[in-house]
Ligand binder design. Structure first.
Ligand code: 6PG
Length: 248
């Protein structure tokens, strides 16, 4: 199976998966502290991470020295931070408002700014803040979701090749709503030390089966382009999303 070299965690329900992912995240943080260096994380939006955010705050919040973590985003909708669509707002409500993290450690993508200018500015921030490896900013961990159509971050099927290889941040357009997004590119994501997908729900199982079981060159889904060049790839799935995977 293609994903023999990836690491797969399957839990019966979204809640149990979020428990698993929170514990795993805590372990990654502890490991980073052994080297006494900051832990640079990029998170995603959507509904899937909300349970994880809440459990991380409730169960591990008091055990983490949050001044050693820096949060970035894998993508953001081009809306103001108080807009209900904002990924920053979602993380603030479900995580940051519940933990003692310095404001300077939260590096939001300014959805209210001009998208092209903000993509460039965020890229500069990443180059200035993160360790550099292979001449690119290197996250310790990037947490991703996946849409029913196989998109990840805000890289959608059919995006032109530029979105994946030249820059580390790009402006994209949601294919259904036309909403402008700012996203990390596969170029940047694949340079991370660890990338973890958190995917739940039966609606994602058929695309997931194709990505995990088909020929690795199958490239029609952006999530299939996530192949860390030197880091590890982890799949945190609930039983719904993993439906059909183990019967092959
Ligand atoms: C976003 C996300 C996006 C998300 C998937 C899955 O800004 O919407 O970054 O890539 O992870 O669309 O969304 P759900 O978790 O809501 O299924």
């Amino acid at each position: 199976m293609k994903f023999a070299e990836d690491l797969l965690f399957i839990a019966p329900t979204p809640l149990q998966l979020a428990e698993e992912l929170s514990g795993w995240f805590f372990a990654q943080y502890l490991e980073s502290q052994l080297f006494e260096k900051p832990f640079y994380v990029a998170i995603s939006g959507g509904s899937t991470p909300l349970l994880f955010f809440n459990i991380l705050a409730a169960k591990y919040g008091q055990y983490i020295d949050w001044k050693n973590l820096h949060f970035f985003w894998a993508d953001e909708r081009c809306v103001p931070p108080k807009n209900s669509e904002s990924n920053f707002r979602s993380a603030h409500i479900n995580l940051f408002s519940k933990i003692l993290i310095p404001e300077n450690n939260i590096h939001r993508i300014k959805g209210e700014a001009d998208p092209i200018r903000e993509a460039k500015s965020y890229s500069t921030i990443l180059f200035k803040t993160l360790p550099i490896s292979n001449e690119l900013p290197c996250f310790d961990l990037i947490l991703l979701g996946m849409g029913d159509d196989g998109h990840t971050a805000s890289i959608f099927p059919g995006e032109n090749i530029k979105t994946h290889f030249e820059n580390i941040c790009e402006v994209t357009t949601h294919p259904n709503t036309g909403q402008k997004r700012i996203t990390l590119t596969t170029n940047c994501i694949n340079n991370a030390s660890k990338v973890a997908f958190q995917i739940t729900g039966m609606t994602k199982s058929s695309v997931l089966n194709e990505i995990l079981l088909s020929n690795p060159t199958s490239d029609k889904y952006p999530a299939a382009r996530i192949k860390p060049t030197k880091g590890n790839l982890y799949w945190f799935l609930d039983a719904g999303a993993a439906n059909g995977l183990c019967s092959k």
